[in-house]
Design a protein around this ligand. Structure first.
Ligand SMILES: NC(=O)C1=CN([C@@H]2O[C@H](COP(=O)(O)OP(=O)(O)OC[C@H]3O[C@@H](n4cnc5c(N)ncnc54)[C@H](O)[C@@H]3O)[C@@H](O)[C@H]2O)C=CC1
Ligand SMILES: O=C(O)CCC(=O)C(=O)O
Length: 535
């Protein structure tokens, strides 16, 4: 049974997949104090939060069973992703599930700002009839600057276009082609300041965006600009915003998010030209069902099939790259497992060389897979694809990855070399079209082996009768040979034999083999075959 802690008010309908699953128990305990969460967390395999729970390093310190922290939403700034990575915990989110709700709230905020709807409502409900006080502006033919043209920014741009607005978009990833496609104009942040009547923020809160809208920026904006933030507090400097509102440089601000939440910045919250909501961007029935459903399904997949889709602390690769790497994933982990057994001790240096077509791809996932294979020999299940790089560094192992797009005998070829002082072992692999993955090099000998769970690695002299003697010896122990491959340096010289066996070979078998004339050493190799699947 996997235990999931839901630490916030998250849609039960969305969590249904988890509630109904026979392998999961769910405890929904919203409103835990940090101390209580820290006490409870060691019992759980997964944690689901929204934005109110701070998942800090201190809380994660005791999360020894935990494999997944799920953010039922987009922004993961309430989760210490680095601390999670160090502990090998996957952090997932639900990108896209609340895009429509956040975009619609932004439109509601913009219309409310343009027509002072909340202020007019407050006045009217007090019995006043202040028609001239609440004369607004149209959105039609106004310029909207969208800072951050990701999913929500794009959703806002599309909706604002239908109101007849001219859209300026700023995003480091926005291309001219994409802007043309959307019917908007690609702009800089300064161009938005100079030209926009409304500015809306849709970036994450990161080092680069913290305080990006500040005194200096307001000084460049059009007088009377209106500003909306339904992304994250802290992107707009609140003190600077109050100054700009007081001076009239900013005619109005609509804020769903704040530097600290719940906000106590009453100078801002109660400013007559400010509209505020308590972080409601994703608070719709639909978005809450979608985010909860998305993270529930993904948690089940991670535990049941090791399939990870939306990890924020994993390399994100395109579907196309994923398709090209997939055939190498299993053999990559096996290469690591074999190499560490052959080296017989922990490495102090790891080298990975990619050649040919593979070298043209983003191979980080495959590199992590190999490193995981190496490290799991000594570190067991505590190593995974999330913390593989981190643990390697932690163990004081240096690593180097080199890529040569020129092919090396095969269309694609990858070689893993482990070093320990003077000792070294290397394993090369490729994927043969239609035949699957093959180990094609071991310790500089050319070979052709399809890896299996039980293998035997023999070093010997290239003399007649060797293969027969090994076969007879294994037969005498009732061990069936699956495949047998021989590689040699030259006729009559040093050689290796790699066999796949139908069962394990114990020390008695190894002793019997090493007594054979011409046989130097025999080593039993085992693969665990704990191979993840990626969608
Ligand atoms: N108020 C609420 O309840 C909600 C708030 N959000 C917030 O909205 C943000 C955006 O969400 P999505 O659009 O789904 O994310 P997204 O990842 O699709 O888009 C973010 C965009 O910001 C861009 N960006 C990053 N740094 C930038 C910079 N310095 N200047 C300009 N653009 C920059 C990125 O390139 C990306 O295109 C989230 O990070 C989250 O914090 C999301 C959902 C609900
Ligand atoms: O859970 C929530 O309502 C907050 C949504 C949000 O801010 C996000 O998804 O980034």
């Amino acid at each position: 049974m996997y235990k999931v802690l839901v630490a916030e008010a998250i849609s039960d309908t969305g969590l249904k997949a988890l509630y109904d699953h026979p392998n999961f128990t769910v405890d929904k305990i919203p409103g835990l104090t940090p101390e209580d969460l820290k006490k409870l967390i060691p019992e759980y395999d997964a944690l689901i939060v929204r934005s109110a729970t701070q998942v800090t390093e201190d809380i994660l310190e005791n999360a020894n069973r935990m494999r997944v922290v799920a953010r039922a939403g987009v922004g993961v700034d309430n989760i210490d992703v680095n601390a999670a990575t160090k502990k090998g915990i996957i952090v997932i989110n639900a990108p896209g599930a609340n895009t429509i709700s956040a975009a619609e709230l932004t439109m509601a905020m913009m219309l409310s700002l343009a027509r002072s709807i909340p202020q007019a409502h407050a006045s009217t409900s007090e019995g006043k009839w202040e028609r001239s006080k609440f004369k607004g502006v149209e959105l039609y033919e106004k310029t909207l600057g969208v800072v951050g043209m990701g999913k929500i920014g794009t959703g806002v741009a599309k909706r604002a276009k239908s109101f007849g607005m001219n859209i300026l978009g700023y995003d480091p990833y926005l291309t001219e082609e994409r802007a043309d496609q959307l019917g908007i104009t690609k702009a800089t942040l300064d161009e938005i300041a100079r030209k926009a009547d409304f500015i809306t923020i849709h970036t994450p809160l990161i080092k680069e965006t913290r305080g990006i809208i500040n005194d200096e920026y307001f000084a460049k904006t059009k007088q009377g600009v209106r500003i909306i933030n339904c992304a994250r507090g802290g992107i707009i400097d609140e003190a600077a915003l109050v100054r700009a509102l007081n001076s009239g440089q900013v005619a109005g601000a609509a804020l769903d998010v704040f530097e600290t939440e719940p906000s106590t910045n009453f100078e801002l919250l109660s400013h007559p030209n400010v509209i505020v909501t308590p972080h409601l961007g994703a608070s719709t029935v639909e978005a809450q069902e979608k985010v909860a459903n998305e993270v529930s399904e993904e948690i089940i997949d991670i535990f049941e099939t090791q399939s990870i889709r939306h990890a924020v602390n994993m390399p994100q690769i395109s579907g196309e790259t994923h398709k090209k790497l997939q055939p190498y994933i299993t053999v990559g982990e096996q290469m690591g497992e074999l190499a560490i057994q052959l080296l017989k001790e922990a490495p102090d240096r790891v080298e990975i060389n990619y050649f040919g077509e593979l070298a043209k791809e983003d191979t980080d996932l495959l590199t992590r897979t190999m490193v995981k294979g190496v490290l799991s020999h000594h570190l067991g299940e505590s190593v995974n694809l999330i913390n593989a790089h981190h643990l390697l560094k932690d163990q004081g192992v240096t690593s180097n990855v080199a890529k040569t797009p020129k092919s090396k005998g095969f269309a694609s070829y990858v070689e893993l070399t482990l070093f320990r002082g003077e000792a070294k072992t290397n394993i090369g692999a490729t994927v043969l079209n239609g035949y699957g993955a093959r180990i094609v090099k071991i310790n500089d000998y050319s070979i052709d082996v399809r890896p299996e769970n039980f293998m035997l690695y023999i070093t010997h002299h290239d003399i007649p009768g060797m293969i027969g003697r090994v076969g007879t010896t294994l037969g005498s122990f009732d061990i069936n040979i699956g495949t047998m491959q021989v590689g040699r340096a030259g006729v009559g010289g040093d050689a290796i034999m790699v066999l796949t066996l139908d069962k394990t070979a114990d020390q008695d078998v190894i002793n019997a083999l090493t007594e054979l004339p011409g046989l130097d050493a025999a080593q039993f190799l085992e693969l665990n075959g704990n191979i993840p699947v990626y969608n």
